[in-house]
Ligand binder design. Structure first.
Ligand code: AMP
Ligand code: MG
Length: 355
């Protein structure tokens, strides 16, 4: 399949005209990757069963992992749902458009393939101008998982999508960097109090501010990888770089010493090592390490948003550099840090050393 790449700069006039053709591709059953404020999505007409099937094929995604349906107007919720839970309005008012996905009772309009036969549907209204304009022009709800091959780190730049999807989909829209850098928060509002099924761009603290009581299902760990979780996608190994990954948690000086020691040993064996640090801790590593390890900073601990924004790009950069083992510091789990730790734990397959 020939994949067309369309580069769009939203600061130019009439940029949205460049989306006409991609909208037509969506309407006629094709696949379009597009930027959102969280990560790049791989979209198909959510009401077209065959089109949605081709998303699973292009990604190699297990069919029991349901998709999020993206809309451009809150009015679309009523077509997709059977009944709208009482908490929905306050959440939509506070966080839409934005990185919050609401799980609600589904309507019969939504094909089984979208929801993996669950009796609920996950709905989100993205704030990215390209995502919003594309969905509006297509005139259909758009089912869209992240636009990576299943299991790999999510794409935050068009070149990540090109790496994974070239030749497999119809169109890739290059709209620059996806700012938030981690996926949306998935909140189940079919239960009271609502439960966070996946931490993401909207934090537990923000949700509690609006709703009072919200339960976070996500103690950062892999306990949710066993059994039958309510959100099937959470059980899979996810976001994984090709390298083996290990998290080291504890006092920053001790973490740096432990990582340095292990890096030396790996280096002796001839293993290519990557180290994921932060701006504040980078100075704790001996300068010699910088000569034989690939060391990347995730961002500043004082600005946790930067940690989320850079995470997937850093994981992919280690792969590009042929790193075989990545050792990473852990982060504070308050605010957006909860989503960052969740992704780090999954990327590492739960491999963590606590000092
Ligand atoms: P992705 O689109 O790749 O970011 O993954 C979507 C996430 O939303 C996965 O973790 C899914 O399991 C979850 N999800 C989608 N639909 C539902 C649903 N109806 N109920 C619970 N979780 C869902
Ligand atoms: Mg995904």
């Amino acid at each position: 399949m020939k994949t067309q790449i369309i580069k769009i700069d939203t600061s130019t006039s009439n940029w949205d005209k460049q989306l006409d053709q991609a909208a037509e591709v969506l309407r006629s059953g094709g696949l379009v990757a597009f930027p959102t404020e969280t990560v790049y999505g791989l979209g198909a007409n959510a009401l077209d069963e065959e089109a949605v099937k081709s998303i699973y094929r292009a990604k190699g995604r297990p069919s029991d992992n349901p998709l999020i349906v993206h809309i451009a107007d809150t009015a679309a919720v009523k077509d997709l749902t059977d009944s709208i839970p009482g908490t929905a309005q306050a959440l939509m008012d506070a966080f839409w458009p934005g990185p919050l996905t609401l799980v609600m009772p589904r309507s019969s309009l939504v094909p089984d393939i979208v929801t993996a036969c669950l009796d609920t549907v996950a709905v989100r209204m993205p704030s990215h101008p390209i995502a919003s304009a594309l969905i509006k022009k297509a005139g259909v709800p758009v089912a869209a998982p992240s636009a990576n091959s299943s299991g790999r780190p999510s794409p935050t730049l068009a070149r990540h999508v090109i790496e994974d999807m070239m030749g497999k989909i119809d169109v890739i829209i290059d709209g620059g960097n996806a700012e938030v850098g981690v996926e949306s928060t998935v909140l189940d509002i079919t239960v009271d109090p609502p439960v966070i099924l996946r931490p993401g761009g909207v934090t537990l603290e923000q949700l509690r501010h609006v709703l009072g009581n919200v339960i976070s299902d996500q103690t950062p760990g892999i306990s949710d990888m066993a059994g039958t979780p309510k959100s099937p996608g959470m059980k899979y190994r996810h976001y994984s770089p090709k390298a083996t990954m290990l998290l080291i948690q504890g006092d920053p000086e001790k973490v740096a010493a432990e990582i340095s020691k292990r890096a030396g040993l790996y280096h002796k064996e001839g293993t290519a090592v990557g180290i994921l640090v932060t701006d504040e801790t980078a100075g704790l590593y001996e300068s010699s390490l910088y000569s034989y390890c690939k060391i990347l900073s995730l961002g500043s601990r004082k600005e946790p948003k930067t940690l989320a924004a850079n995470l997937f790009r850093c994981l992919r950069e280690f792969d590009e550099k042929g790193v075989e083992v990545i050792m990473a510091e852990t982060t504070d789990i308050r605010g957006i840090g909860q989503a960052v730790m969740n992704r780090l734990m999954k990327a590492a397959g739960g491999n963590i050393v606590k000092l």
